[in-house]
Design a binder for this molecule. Structure first.
Ligand SMILES: [Zn+2]
Length: 405
């Protein structure tokens, strides 16, 4: 830990051994991220060009004349190809995370998680592709119908994930039972924020069987909205700093970030679905004969669709991340405000918590600006800590940004 004589002097720093690890980890992650995307695009492009899509379609057509039955073959086939293509980088990154002590999840459990994700992808992915291709076959404006359908599906997804999907991977228990003292302390933060998050919406996740570092997050929608604190947080972080971490999460809750995220992604989807529609139409017109794709709604186009989605997702990444970093910064400010008066020095506590979290997650103190712009969902730890150091409206007699009371 870096001892702070005055908070104003604080910067995020790591001792030499951790710094070396953090830099290596940062390089590995960056390489894995961009390398994986490049590899996916290259592999899908080669598969599309070689006419694999048409071969899978022909095979499906031999099995059944019905398009939706064909989808039960073509959909899983391509989803499986996509998962297999992503496996090498996933394996490498798990190895790196184990080596650096970020992860402690054994290979057996890790493979189990991968298998479960694959199962979910096959079931829900095949279903969604079936609907999409039916829309493509029946309407020229399929992208707009898809968008209209995607909105309720996304809301339903955000609602259902913490209730039905997350428990498949991790164990959750009510925080009030696991740590009544902490639940009581967190209640002080909710009261200070003038809101009532019932204790039934606070959960502890048994993360320590997989990870070593602390974390907390807000998830769900409507009746499933909840705050989750990893047990690693309770084990390694002093109570004052847990309040800071929790204050940040409460910021997401109070500032309605899940709702804003849904609105933002709806706007993004509208634009990107249209671009996808135009790109698909153009590619099929231009290369359809060469790749034996009869029309956009032909099951032979699925590989091409996945290629277009991969490219567009990569392009959309910095936009989504800029939005996310903006939300994260707002939650940081709120977090510091909400613990003001509850802990002896809200600023110093917030600064210490960033230092501790950064150290435990081995966050690089000076990541490249472009990498941050493209891939970081949170501002880098160094700038979060710096913002906390400079945010002190109370000292200057100004009113706080969010909590004016
Ligand atoms: Zn956050």
């Amino acid at each position: 830990m870096v001892l702070l004589d005055t908070a104003a002097k604080a910067v995020y720093t790591l001792p030499p051994d951790k710094l070396a690890k953090a830099i290596h980890l940062y390089h590995a992650r960056t390489l894995a991220h961009f390398g994986d995307t490049a590899w996916m695009i290259l592999a899908l492009w080669l598969l599309v060009r070689s006419g694999v899509g048409a071969r899978i379609r022909d095979w499906a057509e031999k099995c059944s004349g019905r398009a939706w039955v064909q989808g039960l073959i073509v959909g899983p086939a391509w989803l499986l190809i996509l998962s297999l293509l992503g496996l090498p980088v996933a394996v490498l990154m798990h190895r790196v995370n184990l080596e650096y002590g970020i992860s402690v999840e054994g290979w057996g459990m890790w493979l189990g998680d991968i298998a479960k994700s694959l199962g979910l992808t096959l079931v829900f992915g095949t279903l969604m592709l079936g609907v999409l291709y039916a829309l493509m076959r029946h309407s020229k404006r399929w992208w707009l119908w898809l968008w209209l359908l995607a909105l309720p599906v996304e809301v339903l997804g955000v609602y259902a994930v913490p209730v039905f999907i997350d428990p498949l991977f991790d164990h959750f228990s009510p925080l009030a039972q696991a740590d009544p003292a902490l639940a009581g302390n967190l209640e002080r933060v909710t009261e200070r924020g003038g809101l009532s998050i019932p204790p039934s919406r606070m959960f502890v996740m048994d993360a320590s069987q997989k990870f070593t570092a602390p974390n907390a997050y807000v998830t769900g929608f409507g009746a499933s909205k909840r705050v989750v604190v990893w047990d690693t947080t309770i084990q390694h972080v002093p109570t004052d700093e847990i309040l800071a971490v929790y204050g940040h999460e409460q910021g997401h809750y109070v500032l309605e970030h899940i709702q804003k995220g849904l609105e933002f992604s709806a706007a993004m989807m509208l634009v990107f679905f249209w671009i996808g529609y135009r790109a698909m139409g153009w590619m099929v017109r231009r290369y359809g004969d060469a790749w034996k794709i009869r029309a956009v709604g032909d099951w032979a186009s699925l590989g091409l669709l996945l290629l277009v989605v991969t490219v567009l997702s990569f392009v959309a990444e910095p936009i989504g991340n800029a939005f996310s970093r903006w939300e994260e910064h707002a939650a940081d400010v709120y977090g510091q405000e909400v613990i003001h008066g509850l802990v002896p020095d809200a600023q110093a506590t917030t600064v210490r918590s960033f230092q501790r979290l950064g150290e435990m997650w081995l966050d690089d103190p000076s990541p490249n600006r472009f990498v941050v712009f493209w891939t970081y969902s949170h501002p880098p730890t160094a700038s979060r800590l710096e913002s906390a150091v400079h945010y002190d409206p109370w000292r200057n007699g100004e009113s706080p940004k969010y909590l004016t009371k």
